[in-house]
Design a protein around this ligand. Structure first.
Ligand SMILES: [Zn+2]
Length: 433
């Protein structure tokens, strides 16, 4: 047995015995209700993780994203970056998990913030998305350190906020401040719930836009005296249905997006509103609406450019303006993130893939996420290319009532993450069977 083999056996053995540990940490994290919006309890959650990592020799820093959306003294956007330097120069391996969770919503049969353990699962809001993944990553690094592995470079863990609302006060902020700019960091793994045998190498692009059609108000009993903005919007909806949606459906990508249905371009109508305000009381006034607003959610492919995506919608609207009397519109951008896809031959993809093969005895599947996550900030703003998502839990359970993560899956994912860490730190052969 070589030294490397001994180290690997030691680390995997420790993780075999870590099921209670990883479940307990997940439970602790779920019990801090970091609900976003509005961004509750970020500070106590970051402090909990900070205390734990400081006890393992990490240098712990908290970084507040001052002035980002929602940041105020009641809901400060506080992030944690913890670093443990090795004995010399080398690569920095970084695990990033978001601590915010979406509101519990209805339909739960267990208490959403209790972290109930039953049938080998931890239940609660954030169990799979993604407190279980963050707990698995931390326990993985603890096993590496407890085994006394000597390494150059550094291990880092960041616990960040606001992923569910775009990441501006979390990874977006850290990326802008240089925390994800090489050579400070070399490899990033985001333990989002993509399942234990899948490596997520990127995501589709997203563009949200608001279209407003304009009209002229008049008495509702004489609509011919006005110009109804809702009717103009109906024409927009019909035109998108007839001309754009079939075209998007035929546009297939080489990105391995899952589920299969998202392997083409898509468009959703996120919101539609016209006429009197929705929160009015009493009967509606008889008015011809002079404004109607539609929010479209356009998801696009690495083969498409953001300019072309915007351009085809503009062309559709201009076409209507040319043929439809009185048609006027405004188009405004709400949110935009380009698609990103890490090279399947990149070190972090290989290291995690080898770890999966060794731990699970089956090859890893490379996938791309239909929706974006924090990788966009790390790659586009931080300019760090060697980034993936890998973690326990099933994406379909995210944001659902009775969300859960399997304890076995957390242990398996922790083993994969530990092996990948050893490989990326240069403890060679860690991932090989
Ligand atoms: Zn998530």
């Amino acid at each position: 047995m070589t030294d490397t083999d001994r180290v690997i056996t030691d680390v995997l053995g420790r993780l075999d015995g870590a099921a209670d540990e990883v479940a307990a940490l997940t439970q602790q994290l779920i019990r801090v209700p970091t609900v976003n919006p509005p961004g509750d309890a970020y500070r106590p959650c970051v402090e909990l993780l900070g205390r734990r990592l400081a006890a393992r020799g990490f240098e712990v820093r908290t970084v507040r994203a001052v002035g980002t959306p929602g940041d105020d003294d009641r809901h400060p956007r506080v992030n944690l970056v913890a670093r443990r330097d090795g004995d010399g120069p080398g690569a920095c391996v970084h695990f990033n998990g978001h601590i915010d969770v979406v509101p519990a919503g209805r339909g739960w049969t267990v208490e959403p913030f209790a972290g109930t353990i039953a049938d080998g699962r931890v239940y609660g809001r954030g169990a799979c998305d993604m407190k279980g993944g963050l707990a698995a990553a931390i326990v993985a690094l603890e096993a590496v350190l407890a085994a006394g592995v000597r390494f150059g470079g550094a291990l880092e863990v960041s616990a960040t906020v606001d992923e569910e609302s775009g990441g501006y006060g979390g990874v977006g902020w850290l990326a802008r401040e240089g925390w994800f700019t090489p050579p400070r960091v070399d490899h990033v793994i985001i333990p989002e719930p993509l399942d234990v045998d899948r490596v997520c190498i990127g995501h589709r692009g997203v563009w949200w836009a608001e279209i407003e059609t304009l009209g002229r108000t008049a008495h509702g009993s004489m609509p011919f005296l006005g110009d109804c903005a809702v009717r103009h919007m109906a024409a927009v909806l019909a035109r998108i249905e007839r001309d754009l949606m079939p075209r998007l459906a035929t546009r297939q990508t080489r990105m391995p997006v899952v589920p299969e249905g998202a392997r083409c371009s898509t468009l959703n109508f996120n919101a539609l509103h016209g006429g009197l305000p929705e929160d009015r009381t009493g009967l509606p006034a008889p008015m011809v609406p002079d404004s109607c607003r539609l929010v479209v959610d356009r998801r696009y492919l690495i083969e498409e450019s953001p300019e072309a995506v915007r351009g085809e919608l503009v062309a559709l609207l201009d076409g209507l303006a040319a043929e439809r009397p009185g048609f006027r519109y405004r188009l405004s951008d709400v949110l935009a993130f380009a698609p990103t896809m890490t090279d399947p031959a990149a070190p972090v993809v290989r290291a995690v893939g080898d770890g999966i093969a060794r731990v699970l005895g089956r090859p890893a599947t490379e996938v791309v996420s239909p929706g974006t996550y924090d990788q966009k900030h790390i790659v586009r703003v931080g300019t760090l290319k060697d980034c993936i998502a890998y973690g326990p839990g099933r994406l379909e359970l995210a944001h659902q009532p009775d969300e859960w993560v399997a304890i076995d899956d957390m242990v398996a994912a922790a083993k994969v993450m530990a092996l990948a860490t050893l490989t990326l730190l240069g403890v060679t052969g860690a991932g090989r069977a």
